[in-house]
Every structure is written in structure tokens, then in C-alpha cells.
Design a protein around this ligand. Structure first.
Ligand SMILES: Cc1cc2nc3c(=O)[nH]c(=O)nc-3n(C[C@H](O)[C@H](O)[C@H](O)COP(=O)(O)OP(=O)(O)OC[C@H]3O[C@@H](n4cnc5c(N)ncnc54)[C@H](O)[C@@H]3O)c2cc1C
Length: 391
């Protein structure tokens, strides 16, 4: 998703882009929907609109108009409503495979992006002024800049010898599509439990997507249950907010880890998206950070090219780093604080949580600020790039 965003942002800008993708194989579906979904915050929807991807996606994207967050000790809850920030939605829920397709469609009309898929890199050689790339399938590419957008287990990052700061939550996120008895009314629900959060996110056709984070052993036990027993466990934890959850599709689980590469840039190399950082999915911000990385990097490359600067050099790449690091660190820090606040077993902490939620809930200004930050509306959009692609 993030690599495609960068390629899409760089198309028709007088540059040649090669996108190398090994191909993930068949999409895993759950009740007919991709079991991998992403909540795309409203600020990033504007970016995707500017890139021409949104028009291919919007009919299948479900608006998140409100969000309700509460914990399991009845200490308090908080509601966020898009109306409070004067927007039609806080964000939209999209299936990852559909987002990839929509971005790929923006590349159909250009010959400035070569798509190598399925393809993998066999060998990389970094020279002072060039990276030489050998593909396993045969063929060579020479480029002044290699961008690693190859996910949390980045092969390119490993080849460059870049380690990561890591925090393993000892948790897995169980994902699946479910059918609740009552309409979701475009509300995203997040319930915090001592073992991790359970999100119920609105999909089209009255369906919802769950992301249920649990300690590894519990997650494995939940995965081993048959559908009826899984639904009983889910209903017990989620409660009757949407009536009963009556159907669940195929389940999958992903290990949850926070990770930050020790270097996001090196001469001739930039890391973006999960290759650079991964966060706990509790706020659904991982790919949102990646989309912002891609747009800022694209802007810096285009600006450097315009002024005939070599965009693979550190002075240019550091401009990307300087703009992105504060946002990445703020979101990572926020996720860590949230996770600890809701999972630490310290007596009295639930009262602090309840007070905090009530304070935020009662203060329109604090809440609006939180929402503008979380939806990416407070961050500058690289306008030269998004405007360039408007019909
Ligand atoms: C349970 C869960 C729920 C989540 N929910 C949300 C959410 O609601 N909102 C949100 O913003 N984020 C969410 N995230 C995070 C989000 O999924 C990731 O941040 C996002 O997938 C990162 O995108 P990416 O393009 O950087 O990496 P990836 O999605 O990992 O893509 C990497 C790409 O590189 C390719 N690749 C890898 N290695 C090679 C190689 N050697 N050669 C060629 N190609 C290669 C892969 O095929 C893949 O296409 C969630 C994560 C989890 C685990």
C-alpha cells in the first residue's frame, strides 16, 4: 500500500520509477471481504483523492462517522463525532486489497512507472552515486535512490544492515469479518480489556471487521475454538452494543510488535511505511503513517529533481527524515502510553482512566484537537503533489 502510494505520487513527474513487488498471493477473505482492512483517516482520504485512487475505492469504503471508546471496568467512555470537527467522517474503512487495486489503477495510464510483479531482488550494490539492483527473475536496474517499502520484515533493511528498536507486546491481533444483529450506524467501537483492545469497525452491508488483541496464549486458544464458541467469547467481551454478533467468517491472527528502524535514511536508501516503523494497531494508524511518509518523500524527491539536486543524497533524504520523525515518534509514544494505561494492572488506574476519559469527553476543545491530530487534518499535506494529479 505504501510503496504503491509513493509510485502513484511520483508518476508523470519527469522521473522513472520501478516498483518491485513479489506478490502476496491470494487475498484471504472472511464472509467475502478481505480479512485485512485499514481505517484510513480523513486527512489521508484527501491524499488518496488527490492521487486519483479514491474514485476507484469510495463505493466500497465505509464511512466512520463516530467512534466510541470504553473500558471493561465501566469507569468511563468517550465518543468522537465527525460533526465536532466539521467533517463528514473521521475516516473510512477499506479492504487492503481494494486499496492496493485502486492505487494500481492510478498507474495504468502512465508509462513513467514500471511494475515488476511478481519479482524479487536477488542482489543490491550500493555505490557512491548509484544503487545497482539485480532481480531474481533476471534484469538489472540502476537508480540514484532505493526506497524500502517492503513491510515490517523488510529484506532491504536487513541487507543494508539496519537494526530496529523493538517492543514485542506478546500479543496477537485476531482479525475476522462478523455480522452483528443490529446496524452499526457507521460507528467504530473500541473496547479496552486488560489483555488488549477489541475493535469493531463498520464495513458495507451491515458487516463489521474485528481486530481483537490478546496475549499470545489466549489468542491461540480463541483461534482454536469453533465458530459458535468463538462467537460466545466475542459476545461476552464486546457486550450487547450491537445486539448479538451472529456470524463470524474465517479468522486470521497477526503478531503485534512496535518497531522503529535505527536509521530511516542512508545515502541512496530511504525506508517508508512498515519497513521504517510498525505500531500497535489499536488506533489503526500504521498504514496512515506510511501514506504520510510516502507523500513527504515524494515531495522532497520532486523538489530536488526540480532544482537538479541528486535526490539520493543525505541532505535531501534528511529533509524527509526531519519532517516525518516527529509525527512517527508522537504516534508511537501515544500508542505505547495508551497500551500501558489500558493494560497495566495497577490498582486505581481505572479511576485515572475514567477521569481522563471524562475530562476529554467534557472538553470540546481538547477533543477537537485530539480528533484533528488523529485524523491527520492538523498535518500539512504535500499539496504540489496531490494537486498535480487532479484531473
Ligand atoms: C491486525 C492489524 C490491523 C491493522 N489495522 C490498521 C488500520 O486500521 N489502519 C492502519 O492505518 N493500519 C493498520 N494496520 C497496520 C497496517 O496493516 C500496516 O501499517 C501496513 O500494512 C503497512 O503497509 P506497507 O505497505 O508499509 O507494508 P506491507 O503492507 O507489509 O506491504 C509490504 C509489501 O512489500 C512486498 N514485499 C515484501 N518483501 C518483499 C521482497 N523481498 N521483494 C518484493 N516485494 C516484497 C509485500 O508483498 C507487500 O506487498 C494494522 C495491522 C494489523 C496487524
Amino acid at each position: 500500500m505504501v510503496g504503491l502510494t509513493l509510485a502513484s505520487a511520483l508518476r508523470d513527474r519527469g522521473l522513472r520509477v520501478a516498483l518491485i513487488e513479489r506478490g502476496e498471493g491470494r487475498v484471504r477473505t472472511s464472509l467475502g471481504r478481505d480479512c485485512r482492512v485499514s481505517a484510513i483517516v480523513y486527512g489521508n482520504v484527501q491524499i488518496l483523492r488527490g492521487l486519483g485512487a479514491w474514485e476507484h475505492l469510495q463505493s466500497e469504503a465505509e464511512a466512520i462517522e463516530q467512534m466510541r471508546v470504553w473500558d471493561d471496568q465501566h469507569a468511563g467512555g468517550i465518543r468522537f463525532d465527525a460533526v465536532e470537527i466539521g467533517q463528514p467522517a473521521l475516516g473510512y474503512l477499506v479492504e487492503n486489497s481494494r486499496l492496493q487495486d485502486a492505487l494500481r489503477r492510478t498507474l495504468l495510464m502512465t508509462d513513467s512507472v514500471e511494475l515488476h510483479c511478481p519479482a524479487e531482488v536477488a542482489r543490491l550494490d550500493f555505490d557512491e552515486d548509484m544503487v545497482r539492483i539485480e532481480l531474481k527473475e533476471g534484469g538489472r536496474i540502476e537508480t540514484p535512490l532505493l526506497v524500502a517499502a517492503d513491510g515490517a520484515q523488510s529484506w532491504v533493511r536487513a541487507q543494508a544492515g539496519i537494526d530496529c528498536f523493538q517492543r514485542d507486546y506478546g500479543q496477537k491481533g485476531i482479525v475476522a469479518t462478523v455480522r452483528p444483529q443490529l446496524p452499526h450506524r457507521n460507528i467504530a467501537y473500541q473496547r479496552f480489556t486488560p489483555t488488549g483492545p477489541l475493535a469493531m469497525l463498520p464495513l458495507p452491508d451491515g458487516l463489521c471487521s474485528i481486530v481483537w488483541s490478546n496475549m499470545n496464549a489466549q489468542a491461540d486458544a480463541l483461534l482454536a475454538l469453533d465458530d459458535a464458541a468463538f462467537l460466545r467469547a466475542l459476545n461476552e467481551v464486546f457486550g450487547p452494543v450491537l445486539g448479538e454478533i451472529v456470524e463470524v467468517g474465517t479468522r486470521a491472527a497477526f503478531p503485534l510488535r512496535a518497531q522503529l528502524a535505527r536509521h530511516l535514511v542512508r545515502p541512496r536508501l530511504a525506508l517508508i511505511g512498515d519497513a521504517a516503523h510498525t505500531i500497535h494497531p489499536l488506533a489503526g494508524l500504521g498504514v496512515n503513517l506510511g501514506i504520510r511518509d510516502a507523500m513527504v518523500l515524494a515531495q522532497e524527491i520532486v523538489d530536488a529533481a526540480r532544482f537538479e539536486e541528486d535526490w539520493g543524497t543525505l541532505p535531501v533524504l534528511r529533509r524527509y527524515l526531519r519532517q516525518r520523525l516527529p509525527d512517527v515518534l508522537a504516534v508511537m509514544g501515544g500508542m505505547e502510553a495508551f497500551h500501558r494505561l489500558f493494560t497495566a494492572r495497577v490498582s486505581g488506574l481505572h479511576l485515572v482512566r475514567g477521569l481522563g476519559m471524562r475530562a476529554v469527553g467534557n472538553s470540546g476543545a481538547v477533543k477537537a484537537l485530539l480528533m484533528r491530530n488523529a485524523t491527520g487534518l492538523s498535518l500539512p499535506v504535500p499539496r504540489q503533489i496531490t494537486w498535480a494529479h487532479r484531473g
